[in-house]
Design a protein around this ligand. Structure first.
Ligand code: CA
Length: 234
């Protein structure tokens, strides 16, 4: 039996924190709860976790700052929770480096499904990297080395998060070909029924910010209106 996945949950509403912890423990996860942002930040950076669940509004240090602090050092999956339903907040959660988000109130079954999907994805991207040893893709000044998990743009190293790396790998290995949106979602995120379709566009935007000279006028990753995206073969 592999060890139980370790989950850190930072949530100041005790009834929610208790209910989530109870349900996740029933599913075989080891759950540690922090009721304050500052405690959560300490735990998040002092120990290693398989997944972090972060409420946005917290006393002490807020969820955004904790998310940023975690992302500086780790690619651990982060599930953000927010009481605000506005779309901007959701996107903001993703822009901070969170992998997924849930809006309060949420059902326990949905939370558990999200947690399992995130853990499955982070495990798959690891084993995929092992299987793809010595795979290198290049085009338009971008070189992506799958085995070393390194990307350079015009000889300069660029830091990509796991999903950005995977997205670039798919685009670059199919350069010159249009890849349909649904196909990209399937290839990079798998069959996650809860995935927001906007996630793809957000990740494309981040990738462009990292590999394009002028992200608003991309010359490497092109939008093919109504269809999807392609990496240029120039
Ligand atoms: Ca809160």
């Amino acid at each position: 039996m592999p060890e139980e996945p370790r989950i850190l949950m930072v949530e100041d509403e005790r009834t929610i924190a208790d209910a989530v912890a109870l349900n996740l423990r029933d599913e075989g996860f080891a759950v540690t709860t922090a009721l304050r942002g500052d405690d959560g930040l300490r735990l998040a950076t002092a120990e290693s976790w398989d997944l972090v669940i972060l409420d946005l509004m917290l006393p002490g240090v807020d969820g955004r700052d904790i998310c940023r602090a975690i992302r500086k050092r780790s690619s651990v999956p982060i599930l953000m929770i927010t009481a605000r339903a506005r779309e901007m907040d959701k996107v903001l959660g993703l822009e901070l480096g969170a992998d997924d988000y849930l809006t309060k109130p949420f059902g326990m079954l949905e939370l558990i499904a999200r947690v399992k999907a995130l853990l499955r994805r982070s495990r798959t991207s690891g084993s995929q990297a092992d299987a793809d040893r010595d795979e290198v893709y290049a085009g338009a000044g971008v070189v992506l080395n799958v085995s070393r998990h390194v990307v350079t743009v015009d000889e300069q190293p660029v830091e990509l998060r796991p999903k950005e790396f995977e997205l670039l790998r798919v685009l670059l290995s199919n350069r010159g070909r249009v890849i349909m949106r649904d196909r990209l979602l399937e290839l990079v995120w798998g069959e996650d029924e809860y995935l927001d379709r906007g996630t793809l566009d957000v990740h494309i935007r981040w990738l462009r910010q990292k590999i394009e000279k002028t992200p608003s006028e991309p010359v490497r990753i092109l939008t093919v209106r109504g269809l999807g995206y392609k990496f240029t073969d120039q």
